[in-house]
Design a protein around this ligand. Structure first.
Ligand SMILES: NC(=O)c1ccc[n+]([C@@H]2O[C@H](COP(=O)([O-])OP(=O)(O)OC[C@H]3O[C@@H](n4cnc5c(N)ncnc54)[C@H](O)[C@@H]3O)[C@@H](O)[C@H]2O)c1
Length: 270
């Protein structure tokens, strides 16, 4: 974690989310793991879910005994309902949910397969729908004025070449976030999204290799171009995203809903 992100974390107190019960998807590694750790650091009890049960456990272990690791494939409605039921049983309810799980593949549209399209749509778009549906059901059942933060992307604001299918799935997340926010606002439930830029995770490592191959340039050149496009002049860290998720989940963001907040170091500004 960078010194910058530590400073940002410290600006919110450990009491920010004290007593809140959280569930994060795709939290075994990368941005989701950073979100789970940041929520816990700010006082929340966290259910750490991931497709990969081992990763979920390792991330939960990094938080401590209060964290609950669960295997969850967000493309399955039944599995999502079961995970929410297990989290509810253990934590006594939920106050905040982060639908973060996502995947990517990279190809020119002329070479794009139905499998590319379906996988990206299933995890990134349908996964957010199924997670948010369970979150809202839980909040309404318990009379909780909960919060949801979905992980969209810079590619959900502006079309990303070689990632058309991924872009489509992330534009879907932004649209869904806005529609759901309007639908549940009267119940006091807030729904927002974060749009990260070029974040140093396993997903980025894979994309750098694919992009270098597709554009016939070196992986180092791909990374250089990411940084050149970023006014703040460095690659993004998972913690840069996690701190904004903490804010959006907190009372400090009490009058924000339906927003897709860019967390990109200035790559995209509208
Ligand atoms: N890394 C970036 O540059 C970047 C930029 C913008 C948005 N995002 C988004 O941020 C989110 C996290 O990305 P990351 O970079 O940390 O990726 P990552 O690949 O490093 O981690 C993703 C995690 O999601 C899990 N996952 C995959 N499929 C799943 C499924 N069906 N159900 C549940 N969990 C599943 C994986 O096991 C993994 O632990 C994604 O939604 C991604 O689209 C990433």
């Amino acid at each position: 974690m960078s010194a910058l992100s530590f400073a940002a974390s410290d600006s919110m107190s450990q009491e920010t989310l004290r007593g809140r019960r959280a569930l994060v998807t795709g939290a075994g590694t990368g941005i989701g793991r950073a979100i789970a750790l940041a929520l816990a650091r700010h006082g929340a009890q966290v259910c750490v879910t991931d497709l990969d049960a081992g990763r979920a456990k390792t991330a939960a272990d990094a938080i401590g005994a209060a964290a609950l690791p669960l295997a969850l494939d967000v493309t399955s409605a039944d599995a999502t309902a079961e995970a929410f039921a297990a989290a509810h049983a253990r934590l006594g309810g939920l106050d905040l949910v982060c639908a973060n799980a996502g995947v990517s593949t990279m190809r020119r549209v002329i070479d794009l397969t139905e499998a590319d399209w379906d996988t990206n749509m299933d995890v990134n778009a349908k996964g957010v729908f199924l997670t948010d549906r369970e979150a809202v059901r839980s909040f309404l059942r318990d009379g909780v004025k909960g919060t949801i933060v979905n992980t969209a992307s810079l590619a959900g604001k502006v079309g990303a070449p070689l990632l058309a299918h991924y872009s489509a799935s992330k534009f879907a997340v932004v649209g869904f976030t806005q529609a759901l926010a309007r639908e549940v606002a009267a119940a006091g439930i807030r729904v927002n999204a974060v749009c990260p830029g070029f974040v140093r995770t396993g997903m980025q490592e894979r994309e750098v290799v694919w992009e270098a191959e597709l554009r016939a340039i070196s992986p180092e050149q791909v990374v250089r171009e990411y940084v050149q496009q970023t006014p703040l002049g460095r690659l993004e860290e998972p913690e840069d995203v996690a701190d904004v998720v903490v804010f959006l989940s907190s009372d400090a963001a009490r009058f924000m809903t339906g927003q897709a907040v860019n967390v990109t170091g200035g790559v995209y500004m509208t």
